[in-house]
Design a protein around this ligand. Structure first.
Ligand code: NIG
Ligand code: FE
Length: 418
């Protein structure tokens, strides 16, 4: 494989720093190199520095990318997404525009259940094609790694179908996917009056098969009133841990049910959403070293106004992560730049804090901090170039496709050469 080099980036945003998630003031330290350069061999970063330092190290036959006028960032790492689903919910979107609430629509049989119906009806090939489209969207937004949850199948066969789609996509797309089993996303229609039976199915049938086929790294659950209660959450996640899966959890999204404390007690890698979490929950996460994954796209898309308390979390020393929550019901964006905009305007996170939360901290939350999330020698060459000279423009302009080109393992997967 020919070597690849980037020269003259207006800003090479490296995120170089300690080999651990960033906390407190570290979130704002991006280790930017002006007029930056980078040398890549065999898909791995070999050297990072000023263009003057890098230029003499470039082999004669290397491909050299001209980064002038561009910002170069590590590929975004989206640590919370639901990219595998059939159809969409554009009708419900319109109903909400006309005044119905997400909860009302769910209570009337819509919401997650309506996507479950469409997802079950779709063949594995149809789901693969639709998810491939979503994968292209992620890459087009500068994201190179996405955590991908199941959760719209809710039968053993359909949950396995979704996780197999995720696995098979690793051949068809260069986007890197990290699979999470979310069989406990909702109680499916046919189990409405037999909730405990569904829980048994998740624990005794789905989990063992998912693990046996090696289809997931993480197990997640929607801990929320009307979905899964505290006792059930403990049972499902304790079983998952017993099978060697690590834990991520949807908590305190619509109601404060003490989800942050439960995530801390169970030793989850992440507690996600946290819109309703208060000071005691934040302290519990801090004591247990759980990373909060904040999803402002879902607050925005649901037309709500209560965003998670990012500033208090940063002050409490939490290694905050930002993600899209891309899904057909509550967050229809695959765009981390959109999330950076929301984080700045609605949660008062600076663009620098946002970038750290969506790169190196997100990588650590997926146990990949040693290989991705920053531009440092020895790391995988996943990076994105944007048509702006100051990284803050990514949060400042919104709804503008600023992506110039995207590279995974040193190969261009989106955009044109320059
Ligand atoms: O993360 N909270 C639960 N799950 C999704 C919503 C899924 C849907 O509405 O389809 C979320 O917001
Ligand atoms: Fe979610």
């Amino acid at each position: 494989m020919k070597a690849l080099a980037v020269l003259h980036a207006a800003q090479l945003v490296t995120l170089a720093g300690p080999a651990r998630p960033r906390v407190g003031p570290e979130l704002a330290e991006l280790a930017i190199i002006p007029d930056g350069g980078m040398l890549i061999r065999d898909g791995v970063i070999a050297a990072v520095g000023s263009s003057a330092e890098i230029a003499p190290q470039i082999p004669a036959d290397a491909e050299v990318v001209n980064g002038s006028g561009c910002v170069v960032l590590p590929g975004f790492v989206d640590a919370h997404a639901h990219p595998v689903f059939g159809g969409n919910r554009v009708e419900e979107f319109e109903l909400r525009a006309r005044g119905a609430s997400y909860e009302e629509i769910a209570a009337a049989g819509g919401g997650i259940r309506s996507t479950v119906r469409k997802t079950r009806a779709a063949s594995e090939a149809e789901l693969r094609a639709q998810t491939l489209k979503h994968a292209r969207w992620f890459l087009q937004c500068g994201t190179t790694t996405v955590e991908a949850k199941s959760g719209y199948g809710l039968t053993t066969a359909d949950e396995l179908k979704l996780l197999r789609v995720i696995r098979s996509l690793q051949v068809e797309t260069r986007l890197e996917l990290v699979p999470t089993f979310l069989g406990a996303h909702a109680i499916p229609e046919e189990f409405t009056d037999r909730r405990e039976e569904y829980v048994q199915l998740v624990i005794n049938e789905m989990l063992p098969q998912v693990v046996q086929e090696g289809l997931a790294e993480y197990c997640d659950i929607f801990f929320e009133r009307g979905y899964f209660d505290e006792d059930t959450t403990r049972r499902v996640l304790t079983a998952a841990k017993g099978h060697g899966l690590k834990l991520r959890m949807h908590v305190d999204q619509l109601t404060n049910s003490g989800g942050a404390a439960l995530a801390a007690e169970l030793g989850a890698a992440t507690a996600d959403h946290l819109e309703q979490t208060e000071a005691d929950g934040i302290q519990a996460l801090a004591r247990a070293n759980v990373q909060p994954v904040l999803l402002p796209g879902s607050v925005y898309a649901l037309g709500k106004t209560r965003y998670p308390r990012a500033r208090e979390m940063i002050e409490a020393g939490l290694a905050v992560v930002l993600a899209t929550d891309f899904n057909p019901g509550s967050s229809q964006t695959p765009s981390i730049p959109m999330v950076l905009s929301l984080a700045a305007t609605q949660m008062k996170m600076t663009p620098a804090e946002g970038v750290t939360a969506a790169t190196i901290n997100a990588a650590y939350s997926l146990q990949r901090g040693d290989s991705i999330g920053s531009l440092e020698p020895g790391k995988v060459a996943n990076f994105s170039m944007f048509d702006c000279a100051d990284y803050r423009e990514l949060a400042y302009y919104f709804g503008v496709p600023l992506t110039h080109s995207v590279y995974v393992r040193g190969e261009r997967v989106f955009g044109a050469a320059s």
